[in-house]
Design a protein around this ligand. Structure first.
Ligand code: NDP
Length: 315
């Protein structure tokens, strides 16, 4: 019978957290194996330009930055593989991770850096204008909309925060809210209501986007299904989704502690999960900051935590 492969440090996911963990783990001689997952390079590969990652004074494309991180991890010997983890069994050590529903690898330590995915409305136009006016990250892309008109979709804390952030750059921000109230915390609501640069469009839904070479406007409907239903076009240059994120933790449900929104719970100041030897880094454990630099930092911490676990357990 074929023996399962035994890995000292298995990293799942290839965003800034995964690659940074791979850089540190390979330099610490942990012989890490990294499976790239569903979206090699992670969410940043869908961002046009990264201008807030320290060390790139001229900015860098998300794609190039992830390629550089991958090369840096490979340079120190990280074994980077294509493949998606489809099941995880943490009930006995070494832990057993299934790749593509077939191959099973055994791991002494696991670093979960599977990230989170921004939710989209599901309109075909969101894909059509991806990188051409549609974004799910105001902090990443807001700078490109200086003195322009933008819309943010959503009524939660993220939407209010993004609208507020964009209001200091754009000439006008519309907040498109499907209900007739905001779900955000009182303090965020007050900030948005008091901001003269933000106009809230309540009871409004987006049916599509239009524009020649990029977004030039949105097709909106107000009071859909009511007797005051009204369709109109709103001229905008940027369309920002802020309707929530979903951490990519489906395969870990039931085997590791998750919070009520599905994010992995880590012990304060560490990347330790409730399973010894399993660590979480990046957006999969971070509903709050969600930045490339914070993900990279936690990837570094996870590799250091994994090394200490191996040493302490003579593995
Ligand atoms: P939320 O789930 O809180 O809010 C999502 C918003 O998007 C809601 O207004 C929702 O509308 C709307 N929405 C969802 N789907 C659609 C859709 N298909 N079409 C139109 N609108 C839609 O997500 P957030 O990302 O805002 O927040 C997640 C968590 O993180 C919350 O607990 C929040 O408090 C927290 N957070 C805290 C921050 C802070 O403390 N500084 C900053 C950011 C987030 P509806 O209300 O109708 O369902």
């Amino acid at each position: 019978m074929e023996q399962n492969e035994r890995i000292r440090c298995l990293i799942i996911g290839s965003g800034p957290a995964g690659y940074t963990a791979a850089i540190y783990a390979s330099r610490a001689n942990l012989s890490p194996v990294l499976y790239e997952g569903m979206q090699p390079g992670g969410q940043l590969t869908t961002t046009s330009e990264v201008e807030n990652f320290p060390g790139y004074p001229e900015g860098i494309s998300g794609m190039d930055m992830m390629e550089d991180l991958k090369k840096q991890a490979a340079r120190f010997g990280a074994d980077i593989r294509r493949g998606i983890a489809t099941a995880a069994d943490f009930s006995t050590h070494p832990y057993r991770i299934t790749i593509e529903g077939e191959k099973v690898v055994e791991a002494d330590t696991v670093i979960i850096s599977t990230g989170a995915s921004a939710k989209y409305l599901g309109l075909p136009d969101e894909a059509k204008y991806a990188g051409l006016g549609v974004s799910a990250c105001a902090t990443c892309d807001g700078f490109f909309y200086r003195k322009k008109i933008v819309a943010v979709v959503g009524g939660g804390d993220t939407a209010c925060e993004e609208a507020e952030y964009l209001s200091h750059l754009a000439s006008k921000v519309y907040l498109i809210v499907r209900k007739n109230y905001l779900r955000a915390s009182n303090i965020m609501q007050k900030r948005v209501f008091d901001n003269p640069n933000i106009e809230i469009l309540f009871e409004t839904q987006t049916e599509g986007l239009f524009g020649e070479n990029g977004v030039e406007g949105a097709h909106l409907v107000k009071g859909k299904g009511t007797d005051h239903e009204e369709r109109y076009d709103l001229p905008i240059d940027g369309f920002f989704l802020a309707i929530g994120h979903k951490p990519n933790t489906d395969i870990f449900k039931g085997s590791i502690e998750l919070d009520e929104n599905g994010y992995i719970v880590t012990r304060p100041y560490t990347t330790e999960t409730n399973v010894p030897g399993v660590f979480a880094a990046g957006d999969v454990a971070d509903p709050r900051y969600r930045q490339a630099i914070t993900a990279a930092a936690s990837g570094c911490k996870a590799a250091i935590d994994a090394e200490r676990y191996l040493v302490n357990n003579n593995l």
